[in-house]
Write a protein that binds this ligand. Structure first.
Ligand code: PGA
Length: 241
């Protein structure tokens, strides 16, 4: 399975800044790994054009689950579909106002429109301390994947909340334990063959200095990078780990 190295720019980069960033990747050829940039909505049309000659895929960071309607300020799957291959759904920075049920509706809508969801799951430090982290992850995975048949199109991002933007990465062993657990939950629901086809990627303070050790682990099939993906030089080092 090809590892997925994904950037999550969050609310960073105007279109001008985004185009300047991808200028550094014009000759980027990435045979043995898939590289993805999840950019703000406003950057998507220009980035889509700019990236058309290189191997970097484009993703959005959210979308509404309805195709259209009276939903002021929202963006739907058909609106982003011309530009993206992927969409991040249920990022922890949104989950405080988005239930598992809403995330599930978004996952189903993305799949219906041929966009691959990167569904984020993760526990808080308090949940981990109370040893509730596995229960939390199991619930998020199973509820998020309700009625999903072709799970191989879904990417699951394990992002422990205590590691996001904190500089405190989960150790490769901690991450692998949770990735193996997610694989186990997928096996129970879909069987071994399908479960093994799902990419489970790690997010939370990933940088050039720790990606190599993380990627050595059997069940870590890629990374979702926030802060360190904002600099072209740093992101290049991460891609070339
Ligand atoms: P970080 O963010 O790399 O800055 O910790 C990761 C994420 O939130 O996806």
């Amino acid at each position: 399975m090809k590892p997925l190295i994904a950037a999550n720019w969050k609310m960073h980069k105007t279109t001008r800044e985004a185009l300047k960033f991808v200028d550094h990747f014009k000759v980027c050829r990435t045979k043995d790994r898939e590289v993805l940039i999840c950019a703000p909505f406003t950057d998507l049309p220009d980035l889509c054009l700019a990236l058309s000659r290189c191997d970097i895929k484009l993703g959005a960071q959210n979308m509404h689950y309805r195709d259209k309607g009276a939903m002021t300020g929202e963006i739907s799957a058909p609106m982003i579909k011309p530009y993206v291959d992927y969409v991040i759904l249920g990022h922890s920075e949104r989950r405080s106002f988005e239930s598992d049920k809403v995330v599930n509706k978004k996952v189903l809508s993305a799949l219906k429109h041929g966009i691959k969801p990167v569904m984020c799951v993760g526990e808080t430090l308090a949940e981990r301390r109370k040893k509730q982290h596995k229960r939390k992850i199991r619930k998020q995975v199973l509820e998020g994947l309700k009625k999903v048949k072709d799970v191989s199109k879904v990417v699951i991002a394990y992002e422990p909340l205590w590691a996001i933007g904190s500089g405190k990465t989960a150790s490769p062993e901690q991450a692998e334990e949770m990735h193996a657990y997610i694989r186990h939950v997928l096996k129970e629901k879909y069987g071994k063959k399908k479960a093994d086809s799902v990419r489970i990627i790690y997010g939370g303070s990933v940088k050039a200095g720790n990606i190599k050790q993380l990627m050595k682990k059997e069940n870590i099939n890629g990374v979702l990078v926030g802060g360190a993906s904002l600099s072209a030089a740093k992101f290049k080092k991460i891609i070339d780990y």
